[in-house]
Design a protein around this ligand. Structure first.
Ligand code: IDP
Ligand code: MG
Length: 150
């Protein structure tokens, strides 16, 4: 089983998409193991997006992410990192396939509704930025026996 970090960005929260997004991941069969609603402090935004610190869009990205509360989550499941990246769609919502979260809900690249880790390594790093080990629950979804073949 793998864990991934997912965040509904401020535009997604303000547009009332938290419930839809949680439902899509739940219905896929992934297991929610941690969640928190809060406004991110600057240090954690810099840490979260450290590979983009020098990019020309970073100042606007930071303003966007700090523009309101976000919904932080950890999801668990077999191949969860790759599955969630597929469910959210590519970075630019105009190119994201219909049926994906960005493809269904976004228009501009700088307002793309949701973040999800892009690798197992990023997932571990990003989860540790936002959650303590004790924040993450361990339980069995009652339907896991019919979601997984083995
Ligand atoms: P990702 O979120 O699909 O992993 P990244 O390339 O890691 O995409 O970029 C992180 C975030 O930075 C994007 O989700 C988007 O919010 C923002 N971003 C990326 N490229 C641009 C851009 O060219 N203009 C404005 N914002 C951008
Ligand atoms: Mg990224």
């Amino acid at each position: 089983m793998e864990r991934t970090f997912v965040m509904v960005k401020p535009d997604g929260v303000q547009r009332g998409l938290v419930g839809q997004i949680v439902s899509r991941l739940e219905e896929k069969g992934l297991k929610l193991v941690a969640a928190r609603f809060e406004s991110l402090p600057e240090a954690r935004v810099n840490d979260q997006y450290r590979e983009h610190l020098e990019k020309p869009f970073f100042p606007s990205l930071k303003k966007y992410i700090m523009g309101g509360p976000v919904f932080l989550m950890v999801w668990e499941g077999r191949n969860a990192v790759a599955i969630v990246r597929k469910l959210i769609g590519v970075t630019n919502p105009q190119e994201a396939a219909p049926g994906t979260i960005r493809g269904d809900y976004g228009i501009d690249i700088g307002r793309n509704v949701i973040h999800a880790s892009d690798s197992g390594e990023s997932a571990a790093r990003e989860i540790a930025i936002h959650f303590k080990p004790a924040d993450i629950s361990s339980y069995t979804r009652i339907d896991s026996a019919v979601i997984y073949e083995y």
